[in-house]
Design a binder for this molecule. Structure first.
Ligand code: NI
Length: 402
């Protein structure tokens, strides 16, 4: 079977790279992925794969029915780009001003198309159904596109018994796959704090109420949450990323706005951090007789893999790329919309090593200079195909115990 995967991948390899370059040149932001969606639909149709549309706006579902009946495996790729001005020397750099595929979703889409081609040619090996899920709006946290696709019935006809997705990972070399049994990515919340004091002349502080002074106490107290309220063996981050306020050196500021993010893995840690956040912000402002408005947006939940399907993925990767291809990796605290699928269906999110050859030049995800190693793309397609085939095999062996 592995040889057959390889044969089909060899045949489509160049096209996977061309598709990725085309998508890279034509990035579209979250909820605007109309051309990308059209491109995906055309390619699926060209490969003879049946297509359904109308999920979360631009979302696309490809359906591959195997020769034998069986269970259902879903493979997911995200399609959207970021509002970033590209700064690479690529010949295929973004042609859309201020928009860039800086998170590799162009590669995810191209790799899933390559896997679709391969699986469509391997229907004789398939016991069951493979769903190709092309998702919009992954970058549009906290709403995202995953929940909307499910609400729009993407899994109403075929319900996944397992779902997989992969993300390009610039710190891992090509040929290596990052897989964890439990938590993989963090929960990502976002907040805005508006502190309201009373303006006045800098020389008459007793007549005003200094919002800058209040904000500095709030800022400092927020940094006690992780150090004093979270178990040191758990993980959490509270970051204030922007602070805006004030008019002039001799004017007491009547308003300060702070924006930031909270990152956690465990639900109980998130709840505790959020509880302390509200207490500290509200009561610190009250202590200084200021007023405060809090906008706290619960973002994507933590991305938590099902251990048995993570193990299966590890096995599939090692069969394709060798025993040493699945090093131990630490989880990352970035948020990921795939978490919403994993709340409903078992499965795993895995990282595909895409480090460029000159690794000192490697920029991270979301960087205007982000690049990935295209040698990884056929590997990602092969892995997607193998994950589906192995999972269906495994599910078939499981017999009637569902
Ligand atoms: Ni991403």
């Amino acid at each position: 079977m592995n040889q057959t995967i390889e044969q089909h991948i060899n045949h489509i390899e160049q096209e996977i790279i061309e598709n990725r370059r085309y998508l890279h040149q034509h990035p579209e932001l979250s909820r605007e992925e109309t051309e990308t969606s059209r491109f995906v639909q055309e390619k699926l149709a060209e490969y003879g794969i049946s297509v359904q549309t109308g999920f979360a706006g631009t979302g696309v579902l490809g359906i591959i029915n195997g020769k034998y009946s069986g269970k259902t495996v879903a493979l997911r790729a995200d399609m959207d780009a970021l509002p970033i001005q590209e700064q690479t020397d690529h010949s295929f750099a973004s042609q859309h001003d201020g928009k860039m595929h800086a998170c590799g979703h162009d590669a995810h889409t191209a790799m899933l198309l390559g896997a679709g081609y391969t699986l469509q040619h391997m229907r004789d090996y398939i016991q069951g159904t493979v769903l190709l899920v092309f998702q919009p709006a992954e970058e549009d946290a906290p709403v995202g596109g995953a929940q909307a696709m499910m609400d729009d019935g993407v899994f109403s006809e075929y319900v996944p018994d397992v779902i997989y997705a992969q993300h390009v990972w610039p710190s891992l070399p090509v040929g290596e796959i990052g897989i964890r049994d439990h938590e993989m990515m963090g929960a990502s919340d976002r907040f805005t704090i508006t502190i309201k004091g009373k303006g006045g002349h800098a020389s008459m502080p007793q007549q005003g109420n200094d919002a800058i002074m209040i904000s500095s106490h709030i800022l400092t107290s927020l940094q006690t949450i992780v150090s004093r309220n979270v178990n040191p063996l758990d993980s959490a981050v509270v970051t204030v990323g922007t602070i805006h306020g004030g008019y002039r050196y001799n004017v007491i500021a009547d308003q300060v706005v702070l924006e930031g993010t909270v990152r956690t893995y465990k639900q109980e840690v998130k709840s505790r951090v959020k509880e302390r956040f509200y207490t500290l912000v509200e009561q610190t402002a009250a202590a200084f007789e200021g007023e405060v408005e809090i906008e706290y947006l619960d973002g994507y939940p933590a991305t938590v893999n099902s251990p048995e399907w993570a193990e299966n993925a590890r096995h599939s990767a090692e069969e394709l790329f060798g025993e040493a291809s699945t090093p131990e990796v630490d989880p990352a605290l970035a948020g990921e919309d795939f978490a919403r699928f994993l709340e409903h269906y078992p499965g795993a999110f895995i990282w595909l090593g895409t480090q460029i050859e000159d690794k000192d030049e490697q920029m991270g995800l979301h960087d205007p200079g982000f690049k990935l190693n295209e040698a990884a793309l056929p590997k990602g397609s092969a892995l997607f195909a193998k994950l589906a085939l192995d999972a269906l095999d495994q599910l078939a062996k499981g017999g009637d115990d569902d």
